[in-house]
Unconditional design. Structure first.
Length: 290
C-alpha cells in the first residue's frame, strides 16, 4: 500500500520511509525542522494534507510518526506539546478521513500505568505521564472517528549504528568515555531493533488488521541490566554503572516504570524471531571498541 509518512525525518519515520520507498520511490515523507530536501514541509500544529496531493499521487495510507516525543517536555509544557500531539494530530486524522486514507498511528507503552505489567494488546490503558495521556487521547479518537485504522504501540526502539544516539549507543558511548552512569533497575521495558519494527509494521499493514497492536521484542530488561550487559561486552569496569531507582535520577518526572508488553496479535501475524539482545549488544560493543 502506498503510504505517506508524517514525521519521516524522525528516527522511526526515516527508517519506515526508506523501506516504503523500495516499493514506491515517490512515497511522500514529511519533515518539520529537518532540512532534508527529499521531504515535504509539514507542521502538525496546522496540518494541511491537501497540500501533499496524496490522493492525486495514489497514496492510500498515512502513517503518523510525527510527535513531540520527549516525556519531560510533554510534562513541562503540556499545552504547547498538546498542540502537536493532540489538537494537530486530531485535525490530521480528520483530514485523512475526509480523503478516505487509512491511518497507522505510532503509539507508546506509556499509555499504561506501569503497575500491572506485562500488558496485553487489549489491556486497559491508564496513563500517568502527560505524554502517555496525549497518546491515549489519539488512540481513543482514532477509534471514535475512523474505521480504517491501526494503532501500533511501541516500546523503546534502538538502532545498531555508531552515533545514532539511540539507547544502546548512548550507553556504550558513556562507557567508552569511562563516564559513571546511574542506571535504574526499576525501569523495565522491551528494547526492540528498528529493523524489526519496520518489517512488522509493514506485515501488519499487509495483513489488513485493524485495532490496537503491541509491537516489541519479547525480551524485557531493566535499564540497569542493559547497561551492565553492555559494560560486560565492552570489557569495561562494571563500577561505572551505578544501580539506582529511577527516582534517584529524576524525582520530578512522572512516568510509568514497568511497561513490559506482550504481543499476541503481532506474533500471530509475523513469526520470524526478533534480533536477540545479546547479538545486538555484541554489535554495539564492537562499534565502540573499533
Ligand atoms: N523511539 C522510540 O523509542 C519510541 C517508543 C515508543 C513510541 N514511539 C513513538 O513513535 C513515533 C516516532 O518516534 P521517533 O522516535 O521516530 O520520534 P523522533 O525521532 O523524535 O521524530 C519526531 C518526528 O516528528 C516530527 N515533528 C515534531 N514536531 C512536529 C510538528 N510540529 N509538525 C510536524 N512534524 C513534527 C519531527 O520532525 P523534524 O525532526 O523535522 O523536526 C520528526 O520527524 C512517535 O509518535 C513516538 O511517540 C517512539
Amino acid at each position: 500500500m502506498k503510504t505517506a509518512i508524517i514525521g519521516a525525518s524522525g528516527y522511526i519515520g526515516s527508517h519506515l520511509l526508506r523501506a516504503y520507498r523500495l516499493d514506491y520511490p515517490d512515497c511522500i515523507g514529511t519533515r518539520f525542522t529537518s532540512e532534508r530536501t527529499d521531504l515535504a514541509p509539514f507542521d502538525l500544529r496546522s496540518p494541511d494534507l491537501q497540500a501533499l496531493n496524496l490522493v492525486e499521487t495514489d497514496h492510500t495510507s498515512v502513517l503518523i510518526a510525527a510527535a513531540e516525543t520527549s516525556i519531560s517536555k510533554c510534562q513541562q509544557s503540556e499545552s504547547e506539546t498538546a498542540m502537536v500531539n493532540v489538537q494537530g494530530t486530531l485535525e490530521l486524522i480528520d483530514q485523512c478521513n475526509r480523503l478516505g486514507l487509512s491511518i497507522i498511528y505510532l503509539s507508546s507503552d506509556n499509555v499504561f500505568d506501569g503497575n500491572r505489567a506485562p500488558y496485553d494488546d487489549n489491556s486497559i490503558p491508564s496513563p500517568i505521564s502527560a505524554y502517555g495521556k496525549q497518546k491515549l487521547q489519539i488512540e481513543n479518537a482514532i477509534f471514535n472517528r475512523t474505521r480504517k485504522n491501526l494503532v501500533v504501540r511501541l516500546s523503546k526502539v534502538y538502532g545498531l549504528e555508531k552515533g545514532d544516539g539511540t539507547l544502546f549507543d548512548q550507553i556504550a558511548e558513556s562507557i567508552f568515555k569511562k563516564q559513571r552512569q546511574k542506571a535504574a533497575f526499576d525501569l523495565l521495558f522491551n528494547p526492540t531493533w528498528i529493523e524489526d519494527i519496520v518489517k512488522r509494521v509493514r506485515a501488519l499493514q499487509a495483513s489488513g488488521i485493524q485495532g490496537k497492536v503491541n509491537l516489541c521484542s519479547p525480551q524485557a530488561f531493566s535499564r540497569y541490566d542493559l547497561s551492565m550487559l553492555i559494560a560486560e561486552a565492552m570489557k569495561a569496569n562494571p563500577a561505572l554503572i551505578e544501580k539506582v531507582v529511577f527516582s534517584d535520577i529524576d524525582n520530578k518526572i512522572i512516568r510509568p516504570l514497568d511497561t513490559r508488553l506482550r504481543c499476541s496479535v503481532m506474533s500471530s501475524i509475523y513469526e520470524d524471531p526478533y534480533l536477540d539482545i545479546s547479538s545486538a549488544i555484541a554489535f554495539i560493543a564492537r562499534n565502540w571498541q573499533e
